[in-house]
Design a protein around this ligand. Structure first.
Ligand code: SAM
Length: 234
């Protein structure tokens, strides 16, 4: 359970809203039950249910189970997609272990907004499901041009280009260190955008194979390959 409060031994926290509903009505917790809570700053804690009412559930924080983990420094820069598809990207990117997600607006995007509360709730649920103790940061929506203008030189930007590039595994292995993945929207990047990205000194064009993948498939497969070849779990 990801909570907004800062957890510490002996503290009491009040869970309200959808999370209280989940604990009370779905999990049917009663006083004395054990619950695991996480706060995205200190990590994971064993808690005990003190009371479970109609509107709220009160937990006592007992002891720390795991500190907040360090996740590999890999950022997903993904063009916004139709809502269900971008929801899938948020969920799977969280499971696969990205440190941050930067939603982008590009010329062919059909969507240009992301609800931050909704996005937070999707990544929190995904983190709970895969036992992640740190949430990915969700950055504000930005335009592709702004992303490239402020890009830190030392971070490799792997540009997933359906028109070709270096095979992903080779490119990831040859460029260790902080990195990011750039994936376009349903209709891809236009030619001017592709040229702009390709000309950027930190960008390396990669291919994920000969087929044109849906944007969400490109995100999920490329993150999986990067985590397997270059991710550092130590
Ligand atoms: N422009 C294309 C079109 O409409 O025919 C397709 C865009 S594709 C659906 C969406 C995004 O997925 C692309 O912008 C690219 O970033 C990524 N992508 C798809 N297939 C890829 C591949 N084989 N290799 C690398 N990236 C790929």
């Amino acid at each position: 359970l990801f909570v907004g409060d800062l957890l510490s031994e002996g503290a009491q926290i009040v869970i309200e809203g959808a999370q209280a509903h989940y604990l009370g009505k779905v999990m049917r917790v009663t006083p004395g039950d054990a619950v695991v809570a996480c706060d995205d700053r200190t990590g994971e804690w064993a808690c005990e249910v003190l009371s479970a009412g109609k509107r709220d559930v009160v937990l006592a924080v007992r002891r720390q189970l795991r500190p907040r983990e360090d996740v590999p420094d890999f950022v997903l820069c993904a063009a916004l997609l139709k809502k269900p598809n971008f929801d899938l990207v948020l969920e799977k990117a969280t499971e696969l272990g990205v440190a941050a997600i930067r939603p982008l607006v590009t010329r062919r995007c059909v969507a240009d907004k992301l609800n931050p509360e909704r996005a937070h709730s999707i990544v929190s649920e995904a983190a709970e499901q895969c036992a992640r103790t740190a949430l990915p940061r969700i950055e504000p929506v930005a335009k592709l041009e702004a992303l490239l203008r402020d890009w830190p030189q030392e971070r490799t930007l792997f540009f997933a280009d359906e028109q070709g590039g270096e095979p992903a595994v080779a490119a990831f292995a040859a460029n260790p260190g902080p990195a990011a993945l750039l994936v376009g929207p349903e209709g891809g990047f236009d030619e001017e955008e592709r040229a702009l990205v390709r000309a950027h000194p930190s960008a390396r064009a990669i291919t994920l194979g000969p087929r044109i993948l849906r944007a969400e498939t490109a995100c999920i497969s490329a993150i999986g390959v990067w985590m397997a070849t270059a991710g550092d779990w130590s």
